[in-house]
Design a protein around this ligand. Sequence first.
Ligand SMILES: [Zn+2]
Length: 341
Amino acid sequence: MLVCTKCGRKFEEKFLLQCECGGTLLVRRNYDSFLPDPRFFDIRRYLSYLPVDASFLPKIPPIITPVVEIEGIEFKLDYLHPTGSFKDRGTFVTIAKLKEEGISEVVLDSSGNAALSLAFYSMISGIKVHIFLSYDAKPGKISALMNLNAKVHFVEGDRMKVHDSALEFSKATGIPYVTHWLNPYFIEGTKTIAFEIYEEIGVPEEIFIPTGSGTALLGVWKGFKELMEIGEIERLPKLIAVQAEGFESLCPRSPRINKLADGIAIPNPPRLEDMKKALEETGGYCISVGEDDTLAAHHWLKARGLLVEETSATALAGYWKAREEGIATGNSLILLTGVKR
Ligand SMILES: [Zn+2]
């Protein structure tokens, strides 16, 4: 079932983004044991913990990404997916759910990794995608989306105007709006990050996660929480939300602006209350990083063969800052979320 995180109301597992009270939704199922399917070395390994019917899954699954140790720091390379970001996990599950419900056309307002992932998985699954963008979206991103058969709609105005136009279009046409910021099935996909980490290295002391809309943070939180509810693990890892200066939602807002981390430049995420709960329950905290630190971390990663986008590099910058402040424990894992395009 789906459960509202605000009023507790329960819903059937349909494609639904929010409760009538305005609260966010999470999938709630009870599992008695953790038994990954040994036949698979990709996300299908955890199929019994995903709210989807196997017959609707897209043919190209997100992979099990490796954890590597470099100079004493552990990294999970979660950018090695079909479209180059962890978002493929969430999209994969979402598409299966859309197919199950017979939905063949969707609307989204994003030019980032989530849009690219949605366009790719929709293309291979026969779903038509409408993407709403402002005229100042980066040309490379627009052509990448068009290349994946997305129908791009340009809107004059800022991010909010683009969002409103996408919603109006959805309302007028009846084509569902599928933002990953709210979609509970998306988090079902990203929770497999936790299952993999557990199988790969057990439960780390703490995990540093780039955090804007919270889809990575909440996935890792939900995955580990389910493992604990099953009785498979005895404690949760501390989750550290790394944010970009000027766009903080969990940390106090900085007057400086980190323009490099566009993937987490989301000052008012709709799942903010869920994100606060994830930090609280795991004993984690938020840390905010600036442009100089992001750039230094990006160079460090690149020199060692980790070709990630700047947004991902914030996680390492956050780890460095926590070390400097003496709050990192040393047994830390850094989640690298998106490839450098
Ligand atoms: Zn509610």
